[in-house]
Design a protein around this ligand. Structure first.
Ligand code: HDD
Length: 703
């Protein structure tokens, strides 16, 4: 045994440049200066983090190596159970600003003062996929907001769709089991295009309204930034006099709504499975903070009694045209988390986190949720002290006599840990506050114990139809196509037919198109509706994405395909125009190292062409010299860049010299394909505000 192998690094120092010697005598440089010293969890400085302690150069590792054992022990226990649903999510911080006092309708502290600012934490998510699944799965998006108010944490645990699949929480495990991977094979994940899901759906007519929403483009949002959020249930606001007003919560993005098309979503999942989280991360990092207005849809008992549907039924909406959404404040998301696990993974939203001035209703889905969210945290976070984790702790004064349990970070101070006690004053600990403390709305409740649903819950199709007729033609086609896609993956013909039999009740044209798309021999008979379908509900334009898009290209992304020799003036024009409308811009080029333009200036591409497809962008510009067009005409991924942008109905600008590439990609010129002339960039960016040139789409699909 040589001397050098048994010695730990003889010259190891802490807090300065350190050299530790490996078994073979190799050395490792450590940074010096103010760099903190690596320690064990017990704070013991570590001299060598490269080599475990061994008996001899080639001998076994010693159990005495406390640093090694602690490091591996901790690593082995890094995982906590992922959420049963909404496992894949992305959380960020922000602020909510109240527009004006709403003291007339609610005593909630957060709504008492105009200009009041409240910290928020928001987590967006998909529902069905596991934690490592892709962002562009066709799925509902979770939209969970926590307000750290001065009277405690208030969570609106909502979705980007205002209705839900089921009416009663007792069916939730069945719904989720059916949607997630099939249990015998463990696939498909993050997809509803499989037998179990549609089998369940087709046997649950109450899910038909939601079926329309999930087959619409709402389930393939372009960005978290461009989707609405909904509290879904009817809640109550209660004012200081104890008067109650029903309310539905809406989040409206100031940047307008936008979704991608399905073929784009499929490609995005491969090219950038983190597309949504990256988009939000990038926007916040570059200071383009996304904003939503919180809106209240408020109504009273009289309205509820007259409304043709039950306001306690989470499969129904109240059209905004009937009860307007009143903006009450603005949320700005402006800070990414410092650590994903610490905040995003450990945040424990709960529908039962509610503050004085807001209350539940008897919606049977909400009532069930109030049990589930508390319960699930125990399993996921490992004990009753999950509110000690900073992201879950209130940011207002709080205290009670709960104590101990796993990982207690704080216990009541002093002698008093029970109540009532006679220790008096501060020594006696916190006391109830009958005035400020939470009061449940004293709703009259009586009745027999029954396992039933209220009568109006049985209307399953009327609002599904209303949703469909409220869409633009393009959106209706997308819904038809989505049904055909999903059901084409269903292997059991009887399930496909059963789904179509429900669609007949919603819209015969839709049912027929889906039947044709599936190749059904005949349109199945309509499923027997439990209540007659109301066929003349007025269309609600607010239900369409296309009708509620943005007015400009602000916050959207232009992708510019470049190669050496590209026209510098045109590039500069595009840069200026994009900045002018507040759009993002990225260059895609044959090599990542840089592009030299016609005037000798250079640009730094963000993507190499084979890793930067046009699905990453909202519109594209093909700025090439003749040589550049010849070069890229021989590159399959450059042709895909152009042909995909065309197929996805995007606006395309091109320089005259780039035309041969467009021809090779099969582009047929239309009003969405614009030749760029000097000074033409502002007009192009203006046109891009429409986001897609939808008129092209119908010409591109034959089956
Ligand atoms: Fe739920 C998570 C939204 C019905 C049980 N749900 C969860 C999240 C969102 C929603 C956004 C993720 C929160 C986060 O980001 O951490 N859930 C909804 C909406 C529903 C709904 C809008 C219907 C209107 N959920 C629902 C029912 C039940 C649950 C009926 C059970 C009876 N949901 C859960 C859960 C989760 C959850 C199992 C998983 C992880 C968690 O709670 O913290 O408790």
């Amino acid at each position: 045994m040589s001397d050098k192998t048994i010695k730990p690094s003889a010259d190891a120092t802490f807090g300065d440049t350190t050299v530790s010697r490996g078994a073979g005598g190799e050395t490792h440089q450590h940074a010096g200066g103010d760099v903190p010293t690596l320690t064990t969890n017990g704070g013991i400085p570590v001299a060598d983090d490269q080599n475990s302690l061994k008996a001899g150069e080639r001998g076994p590792t010693l159990i005495e190596d406390f640093h090694f054992r602690e490091k591996i022990f901790h690593f082995d226990h890094e995982r906590i159970p992922e959420r049963v649903v909404h496992a894949r999510g992305f959380g960020v911080h922000g602020t909510f600003e109240t527009y004006k006092s709403l003291a007339d309708v609610t005593s909630a502290d957060i709504f008492q003062r105009a200009g009041e600012k409240t910290d928020v934490f928001v987590r967006f998510s998909t529902v069905a996929g596991n934690k490592g699944s892709a962002d562009l799965a066709r799925d509902v998006r979770g939209f969970a907001v926590r307000f750290y108010t001065k009277e405690g944490n208030w969570d609106i645990v909502g979705n980007n769709i205002p209705v839900f699949f089921i009416q009663d929480a007792i069916k939730f495990p069945d719904l989720i089991h059916a949607a997630k991977q099939e249990p015998d094979r463990g696939f498909p994940q993050a997809q509803t295009a499989h037998d179990n899901f549609w089998d369940f759906m087709s046997l649950m007519p109450e899910a038909m309204h939601m079926a329309m929403w999930i087959m619409s483009d709402r389930t393939i949002p372009r960005s978290f930034r461009f989707m609405e959020g909904f509290g879904v249930h009817t809640f109550r606001l209660v004012n200081a006099e104890g008067k109650s007003t029903f309310v539905k919560f809406h989040w409206k993005p100031t940047a307008g709504l936008q979704s991608v098309v399905w073929n784009e979503a499929l490609k995005l999942n491969g090219m950038d499975p983190d597309f949504h989280r990256r988009d939000l991360w990038d926007a916040i990092q570059m200071g383009d903070f996304p904003e939503w207005e919180l809106g209240f849809q408020m109504f009273d008992e009289d309205f509820a009694a007259k409304f043709p549907f039950d306001v306690l039924d989470a499969t129904k909406i109240i059209p905004e045209e009937e009860v307007p959404v009143v903006p009450v404040g603005k949320m700005t998301l402006n800070r990414t988390v410092e650590n994903f696990f610490f905040e995003t993974e450990q945040v424990a939203f709960q529908t039962n986190n509610i503050v004085p001035g807001v209350d539940f209703t008897n919606d049977p889905l909400l009532q069930g949720r109030n049990f589930s969210y508390l319960d699930t945290q125990l399993k996921r976070l490992g004990g009753p002290n999950f509110t000690h984790i900073p992201v879950n702790a209130p940011r207002c004064p709080f205290g009670n006599f709960q104590q101990d349990g796993h990982m207690a970070m704080r216990n009541p101070k002093g002698r008093a840990n029970y109540e009532p006690n006679s220790w008096g004053g501060a020594a006696g600990g916190p006391r109830e506050d009958p005035k400020r403390g939470y009061q449940s709305f004293p709703e009259e409740v009586s009745g027999q114990k029954l396992r039933v649903r209220a009568e109006l819950f049985a209307d399953h199709y009327s609002q599904a139809r209303q949703f469909f007729v409220s869409q633009t033609g393009v959106e209706q086609t997308h819904i038809e196509d989505a049904f055909v896609f999903e059901l084409s993956k269903v292997e059991t013909p009887a399930i496909r037919e059963r789904v179509v039999s429900h669609l007949v009740n919603i819209d015969e044209g839709l049912a027929q198109k889906v039947a044709d798309g599936l190749g059904l021999a005949a349109l199945p008979a309509a499923a027997d509706p439990a209540r007659p379908v109301i066929r003349d509900l007025a269309p609600s334009p607010k239900l369409s994405i296309v009708k509620n898009g943005p007015e400009s290209f602000k916050g959207r992304k232009l992708g510019i395909l470049l190669a050496d020799g590209a026209d510098a003036a045109i590039v500069a024009d595009l840069e200026k125009a994009a900045a002018g409308v507040g759009a993002q811009l990225e260059f895609v080029a044959p090599k990542i190292g840089g592009v030299t333009l016609s005037d000798g200036s250079t640009r730094e591409p963000k993507q190499k062409v084979n890793g930067g497809p046009s699905v990453l962008y909202d519109a594209v510009a093909i700025v090439l010299s003749a040589e550049g067009a010849t070069l890229l005409g021989k590159e399959a991924t450059a042709k895909d860049f152009v042909s995909d942008a065309f197929a996805h109905a995007k606006f395309i600008a091109f320089t005259a010299a780039a035309k041969p590439l467009l021809d090779k990609a099969g582009v047929e010129q239309d009003q969405g394909v614009v030749e760029l002339k000097p000074g033409g960039a502002p007009d192009f960016l203006k046109a891009c505000g429409a986001l897609r040139f939808w008129a092209r789409e119908e010409k591109l699909h034959a089956v």
